[in-house]
Design a protein around this ligand. Structure first.
Ligand code: ATP
Ligand code: MG
Length: 332
């Protein structure tokens, strides 16, 4: 359904180019859930925003393709992109309070999404006027019910501040689903919520994926969340994907030293007790970063060669690749 090919984007700053997304390729098949994980500032949000061409100045897409259902979104006109956003591809952001409009009723905001995309009027023999408004309103209330907002008949008329954080995020998911998108992009949708609500929202998204076949890309800094929720995981580091594969393989047999470090730095509840070991050092500055391995300075298995060359993605096993010379077949 979606294939990103060699996508690069950068922010043009006074000090130079900040390469937030550096030659990224990934794909998503129908009804698949892909997780993108990595530390703060590694380019996760920038990657998602690029898919919908929502990156603003001084950000600029430098090269690449974003193929969605066989067409390159980077070649679409602004008007075509406006039609695609919300209708074919919806996005849910981290902070629901700043995404919902404080001066409109929540239910009306869900209805508005359907009105803009002409869900009930753009079809043959579509509805007009009052009939259309009532159909949209009915569907908005159905959606509110579906995402677990109790008493939608009453809640429809509430403002965002009358909703709790979890309810606001449910309302945003309802807006996202209102036009029955094929792809849902979720940028840390549960980070602002407490763990029980987080589990409920993730369960809701999983239900939507299973029942409607909606493809989902979930961005999170929490590898545990990704492991539970996603079919496949892409690990990002300093603007690049360093490892991608099926969730259970990433978790049981992480290949890139960075992924291994990430796994060692999260606590385990069951199994053998191991000491939590944080990754030494810090994330490099993305300003004027080159194509060599950006993890090199923090890696305990690296060598001079990692610093000298552009390292490709190397297949470790079927459907599982890592950007690391350990798998190049040559001595590192
Ligand atoms: N307007 C901007 N100007 C310059 N650099 C920017 C701008 N916006 C983002 N960046 C840089 O781009 C890089 C990628 O940012 P991005 O928001 O995608 O990170 P992220 O992985 O989503 O992080 P987080 O987990 O904190 O949300 C960061 O290094 C950030 O500093
Ligand atoms: Mg982000």
């Amino acid at each position: 359904m979606l294939e990103i090919k060699n996508l690069s984007m950068a922010f043009e700053t006074d000090k130079g180019l900040v390469k937030a997304v550096n030659n990224i390729s990934l794909s998503l098949s129908n009804s698949e859930i892909l997780g993108i994980v990595g530390e703060s500032g590694c380019g996760k949000s920038a990657t998602l925003l690029n898919i919908l061409r929502l990156v603003q100045y001084p950000g600029r897409i430098m090269s690449g393709e974003v193929m969605f259902q066989g067409e390159d979104l980077l070649k679409k006109s602004r008007k075509e992109m406006r039609d695609i956003r919300g209708k074919d591809i919806a996005m849910i952001f981290q902070d629901p309070m700043t995404t919902l409009n404080p001066v409109f009723k929540v239910g009306e905001q869900i209805r508005e999404a359907m009105r803009i995309h002409g869900i009930f009027s753009n079809v043959k023999g579509g509805l007009l006027g009052r009939k259309k408004t009532l159909a949209e309103k009915d569907k908005a209330m159905d959606l509110m019910r579906e995402v677990g907002i109790p008493s939608p008949e009453r809640r429809y008329y509430n403002y965002a501040h009358e909703f709790s954080g979890g309810m606001q995020q449910r309302a945003l998911i309802a807006i996202g689903l209102s036009c029955e998108p094929k792809l849902l992009l979720a940028d840390e949708p549960t980070t602002a919520l407490d763990v029980t609500i987080q589990a409920q929202i993730l369960a809701l998204m999983k239900k939507i994926n299973e029942e409607r076949g909606t493809g989902i890309i979930l961005v999170t800094h929490d590898l545990g969340v990704a492991a539970e929720f996603c079919h496949r995981i892409a690990v990002m580091y300093a603007g690049k994907i360093v490892e991608i594969g099926k969730t259970e393989r990433i978790m049981s047999s992480p290949s890139h030293p960075y992924t291994r470090g990430l796994l060692r730095s999260i606590p385990k509840i069951s199994g053998r007790r191991e000491k939590i070991r944080p990754i030494p050092g810090s994330v490099p500055d993305l300003l004027n970063i080159d194509d060599s391995c950006a993890f090199h300075s923090r890696c305990d298995q690296g060598s001079e060669r990692c610093q000298q060359q552009d390292i490709p993605m190397i297949e470790v096993e079927e459907g599982h690749s890592a950007r690391c010379l350990l798998y190049s077949g040559e001595e590192v």
